[in-house]
Design a binder for this molecule. Structure first.
Ligand code: NGO
Length: 536
């Protein structure tokens, strides 16, 4: 046996050589892309982002992420979580370690600052020395992170290590939303979607700075949320869906998981219990809720307007109180949506009575009412929001009723059905979707201005935009993605970007650039012929 001390000197040169080679290897690996980059396309321009940023000042040297880059976060634990989220995305696709640190110079920096950024705005500064995101809130940093993602090559969205170079164009983006409410609705009643499917959609919404997830939790076909004081709502009323499938419901723990996940992506969950119509699932679960005391059978078709809670009965309000109390307790968000659409089986006086009794219950449990715009035909409570779902050709009287309420202080969320109902077919050939509001191709879904959409509505009344996805024909995530993408991106831009940044020609080019990102994220989108998608 050789003495141990003799081994070291002989091995050292080898070790050194190996280390040197490795170092050279690393340098070579990193230098190659740089050489390529010099002769290749410049980095993605700062304004090729959806939603279009409020203001962009290009210029200066791009920043390049390398193996040595650190993600520096000074600020709260929450800001650090946003930094960790960004590093998590970048580590997978770059293969770089990207450690999270609190100090040092350069690199990718996330900082909180008291400046004038608004509740969700941010600034992105990029130059040879680093990229800095600055915001007043972690939500602002998070939205800035989404912009940063879109400024890196689409390969950044892959789950395994890809070749760079990872460059971000030089300059400054200053950005903040036009509207505070930028929502997407998912109807989990017509078809039920699991927590995992909802989380997947939340991640997709977050890409475009959507900040509200409205869950349509009850309808004729299914009751989807556990209510302890009325357990059959979920166990019996939740056991169906359109077409006769098994349905399902969220336990309170499930629902909390959704709320928590949404919050981690800076979305607020807006739960909806649709009343007094669209209530067959509840009426079939409890006979005593019916005026005649007879429970109707479960319903798995797609008709609307045939069910109503029994407005004169006292038990109706015990039921409403219990449901709203339990749901409000589960909901950290500000809003509780009470539906109110298509109450065709409720007389008008009953409808008004019902809304007069139910809106104060929402307030009592600390929430703000949202209702579909038919609520404006009753007496919207102080501070309530009405969600407009009419069409271009909705009658003048109905539009004026909504506009008048808006002038009297009711805020509006705009969801015009012939523009941003994501469940409308794109063309006659679309494999799923409805057509009652018309065929809605990508251009039609995008080409309208929320600020000028309803005549006679003061600017300040428009609180935002929401893209609803009703699910009569939607069964799984592939179906969700086919209808939501690309139209959802346009709805998000209408909610975020200032009016002067909107415009189909610019949008369509930016939209095309999203295609390869969606491919890398596994989003199965509709390749509309109206959009110049790059070849796959
Ligand atoms: C309408 C109706 C829903 C349907 C949807 C289908 C509203 C607010 N109520 O929108 O029950 O599912 O159309 O597009």
């Amino acid at each position: 046996m050789r003495p141990n001390h003799g081994t070291t000197p002989r091995i050292l040169p080898h070790l050194l050589a190996t280390l040197l080679l490795a170092a050279v290897g690393v340098v070579a690996l990193d230098a190659a892309p740089e050489a390529r980059a010099a002769t290749q396309a410049p980095p993605i321009p700062l304004d090729r982002v959806i939603p279009a940023p409020a203001s962009v000042t290009p210029g200066g040297t791009p920043y390049r992420i390398t193996r040595a880059t650190r993600v520096r976060v000074d600020g709260s634990a929450e800001a650090r979580r946003v930094g960790a989220y960004l590093a998590g995305i970048l580590r997978r696709s770059t293969g770089y370690p990207l450690p999270l640190t609190g100090h040092g110079k350069g690199g990718i920096r996330l900082r909180l600052d008291k400046g004038d950024f608004g509740a969700e705005g941010y600034r992105l500064d990029s130059g040879a020395g680093g990229v800095t995101l600055t915001a007043r809130t972690p939500a602002g940093l998070f939205h800035g992170v989404q912009t940063l993602r879109q400024l890196l090559p689409p390969a950044v969205e892959k789950k395994t290590a890809q070749r760079g170079p990872w460059r971000i164009a030089g300059g400054t983006v200053q950005d903040r939303p036009r509207y505070a409410y930028r929502g997407a609705m998912l109807d989990v009643s017509r078809h039920f979607f699991t927590v995992a499917q909802v989380k997947r959609y939340i991640d997709q919404l977050a890409l475009y700075k959507v900040n509200a997830l409205h869950l349509h939790l009850s309808d004729d076909q299914g009751w989807r949320i556990a209510v302890d004081s009325w357990p059959r709502l979920a166990t019996y009323g939740g056991a169906n869906e359109v077409g006769g499938g098994r349905g399902g419901h969220y336990t309170k723990a499930d629902y909390r998981r959704i709320v928590r996940y949404a919050a981690s992506r800076y979305l607020e969950v807006v739960p909806e219990i649709d009343m007094p119509g669209h209530t067959n699932a509840a009426l079939s679960s409890y006979a005593e809720l019916n005026c005649d005391g007879v429970a109707p059978p479960p319903y798995t078709g797609t008709k609307v307007g045939f069910s109503s809670l029994c407005v004169p009965k006292k038990i109706t309000y015990d039921f409403v109180d219990d449901v709203i109390r339990e749901l409000a307790a589960l909901t950290p968000g500000r809003y509780l949506h009470i539906g109110g659409d298509e109450a065709h089986s409720t007389s008008h006086p009953d409808y008004v009575t019902f809304m007069d009794r139910v809106q104060p219950v929402v307030a009592r449990y600390g929430k703000t009412v949202i209702g579909w715009h038919q609520l404006t035909g009753a007496r919207p409570a102080q501070g309530a929001l009405a969600q407009y779902w009419g069409r271009d050709r909705t009658g003048a009287a109905e539009k004026e009723q909504v506009a008048k309420a808006a002038r009297n202080g009711t805020g509006l969320i705009l969801s015009p059905a012939d523009h941003i109902y994501l469940d409308m077919k794109y063309t006659n050939d679309s494999r799923i979707g409805l057509t009652w509001a018309g065929l809605v191709e990508v251009r039609r879904s995008y080409d309208w201005n929320p600020g000028a959409y309803l005549a006679g509505v003061p600017d300040s009344a428009v609180r935002g935009v929401e893209a609803p996805l009703w699910t009569e024909t939607v069964r799984d995530s592939a179906d969700i993605e086919y209808l939501a993408f690309p139209r959802l991106a346009g709805a998000a831009e209408l909610g975020w970007s200032p009016a002067e940044r909107l415009g189909w020609d610019g949008y369509r080019a930016r939209l095309a650039a999203q295609g390869p990102r969606w491919d890398n994220l596994g989003i199965r989108y509709y390749r509309s012929p109206q959009v110049p998608w790059p070849a796959r």
